[in-house]
Design a protein around this ligand. Structure first.
Ligand code: ZN
Length: 229
């Protein structure tokens, strides 16, 4: 029975960037067979990810899969090092549009630099249900970047937002406009998320939100409509 032993939780990773603290909330999902990390922090911070596993009581060495929500450096930075550490024991998942960026073939859209190449083992598409941790639905949510996905953990009704949304003090907020290349598309992506029955959201920047998140998504879209694009 994998269902009973499946789970999800946000881990708090406190990274050190030139002496300043930069906190992000990757998601961890697990079942009898797999431990899955969603997004990997900045380069050179894997030790802080290991610490966050420890605090969550999940053995770091059990990591078997890494899902990347999108190509930004604060999400893919730890990936080359994790792949080096775990070798064939870890599988990398990304949306098909992200693959050439992660492979270092195309320059990253924001920095225009090439990422340290990592091979994607499993290519995701919109609507895919990954058969892990009781079922994870891939929701293509471009706009922040062209390859952006959010993930919906079906058994717990938890949305892993990536950077399609942010959070502050337990309240869900829109994406950060300054870092979002195509805001019109990003708003359409938020509207798409309204089709999901979301009880909990994990925002990479800001952490966990609960409550009436359907109404909160509507409020975010209503506010955006009143603002000039
Ligand atoms: Zn980010």
């Amino acid at each position: 029975m994998t269902q009973a032993s499946a789970g999800i939780q946000a881990i708090r990773v406190n990274m050190n960037v030139q002496g300043n603290s930069f906190i992000v909330f990757p998601a961890l999902l697990w079942d009898d067979k797999d431990v899955i990390l969603v997004d990997t922090g900045l380069p050179g911070q894997v030790e802080h990810i290991r610490e966050a596993f420890l605090q969550a009581g999940i053995p770091f060495e059990k990591l078997t899969k890494i899902i990347i929500t999108h190509q930004d450096m604060d999400h893919i930075g730890g990936l080359p090092e994790l792949v080096r550490l775990f070798g064939d024991k870890v599988e990398v998942f990304a949306h098909e549009i992200g693959v050439p960026y992660l492979a270092g073939e195309l320059p990253l859209v924001k920095s225009n630099k090439h990422a340290a190449p990592v091979k994607v083992d499993a290519v995701m598409q919109d609507g895919d249900i990954l058969p892990y941790a009781g079922g994870i639905q891939v929701v293509f949510t471009p706009g922040h970047t062209p390859d952006h996905v959010s993930l919906y953990h079906i058994p717990s009704k938890t949305l892993i937002t990536g950077d399609a949304l942010t959070a502050q003090d337990g309240v869900l907020h829109s994406f950060v406009p300054a870092y979002t290349s195509d805001q019109r598309t990003a708003l359409q992506s938020i509207a798409k998320l309204q089709a999901l029955d979301i009880e909990t959201a994990i925002a990479y920047h800001g952490g966990v939100c609960e409550g009436d998140l359907g109404s909160r998504l509507q409020a975010i879209l209503d506010t955006a409509q009143d603002e000039p694009q």
